[in-house]
Design a protein around this ligand. Structure first.
Ligand SMILES: [Zn+2]
Length: 359
């Protein structure tokens, strides 16, 4: 029975996979790649993964700052932010410039379809298995934002150095299911689904390293959860949970922060300095509400006295599995996307606020 449950959980998790593509040289069976970032409908595939599917080898040359690929026709070279593929002494224009995303140099579908066949000497099959993942991407700032960024002599806010890395803790896992819905849906599932979606948004749009305490359905010790959050570059910690109540009544998101920081909220009428956790929780609440998600409020949680005392930390209770309509939403992939997108917006607004106050 346990195996059946684990298998079903796996199926449910597999269904909400990231953007994925298939690549193969003609006549070979396609290889599925899951480490794919999609921005504005364009899939970005790690160059190592792309060439590996067609049997080519390559490596990053840190001195030349290029990725070199060994081909039958000689060495091919790609550089981040360069619009050309160099093969021997010839230059071939690229539709999309290779970019570093999540620590890997990535090329787009256009490279796979147009340049890869040239390198491998045969046609290459390509299929985007998830062409619509990108529907939630919002504008990163038009020409006006860029103009302002220039006039103020400040870099565009996309790579906010005030958040070097984010730790995300999807609550529960494995035999520890967390709250249970009457339908059999488990809290650990929605926690992980939203955590992975949020991690992707943050990596893709802020270029921030993300540490997930778990990336699958397994149990963790408290020490393991804390280890993720106590890494040196972590500037923000989000814990994702969902609730169940004995009655079907309660619904909506609750945001939890450390009691000593929540106490500052009550005194916020005075000149008391707001803690960063409270600021973060406020931004998350704003972003969730503007995404149409009901937020009940920000509350103290004694359990959050864990970890570094001043690490900005918010536990997000994503909703109530005991509320029939909210349960249906929490089980829904699109609603999970909406939650992740809103949490991403909250983190981003918090980062921008931090930037302004420390200038
Ligand atoms: Zn929980």
């Amino acid at each position: 029975m346990r195996f059946v449950v684990i298998f079903l959980t796996f199926l449910l998790l597999a269904e909400s996979a990231w953007a994925a593509v298939e690549i193969a040289p003609r006549g070979k069976s396609p290889v599925r790649l899951d480490d794919v970032y999609q921005q504005r409908g364009v899939p970005y595939i790690a160059i190592e993964d792309a060439i590996d599917t067609v049997g080519l080898k390559g490596h990053w040359n840190s001195v030349r700052h290029t990725f070199r690929i060994r081909t039958r026709r000689g060495w091919a070279e790609l550089s981040p932010a360069s619009g050309y593929l160099k093969l021997n002494s010839d230059y071939y224009p690229l539709k999309d410039k290779p970019r570093f995303i999540d620590g890997r140099l990535r090329v787009t579908d256009s490279f796979v379809l147009n340049q890869l066949p040239m390198l491998v000497g045969k046609p290459v099959y390509f299929r985007n298995l998830d062409p619509n993942t990108d529907t939630l991407v919002e504008d990163e700032g038009g020409p006006i934002d860029q103009l302002f960024a220039f006039l103020l002599n400040k870099k565009p806010t996309r790579k906010g150095p005030l958040i070097r890395a984010v730790a995300i803790d999807p609550g529960h896992g494995g035999l520890d299911t967390g709250a249970l819905a009457p339908s059999g849906f488990k809290e650990k599932q929605v926690n992980l689904a939203v955590a992975e979606k949020l991690a992707k948004q943050l990596k893709m749009k802020l270029g921030t390293p993300i540490y997930l305490s778990r990336d699958g359905d397994y149990e963790l010790t408290i020490k393991q959860r804390l280890e993720t959050a106590s890494r040196d570059d972590v500037d923000l910690w989000l814990l994702l949970h969902a609730q169940a109540s004995l009655s079907a009544g309660p619904s909506g998101v609750n945001l939890l922060i450390r009691p000593e920081e929540a106490a500052q909220e009550q005194q916020s009428g005075r000149a008391q300095k707001e803690s960063n956790s409270l600021k973060l929780a406020n931004q998350l609440a704003l972003a969730l509400r503007s995404a149409g998600v009901a937020v009940n409020g920000i509350y103290p949680s004694p359990l959050l006295s864990l970890g570094r005392g001043d690490l900005p930390t918010v536990q997000v209770e994503l909703g109530y599995l005991s509320h029939p309509e909210e349960l249906a939403r929490l089980e829904d992939d699109h609603y999970q996307d909406r939650l992740a997108q809103a949490l991403y917006q909250g983190v981003r607004q918090y980062a921008e606020l931090q930037k302004e106050t420390t200038r």
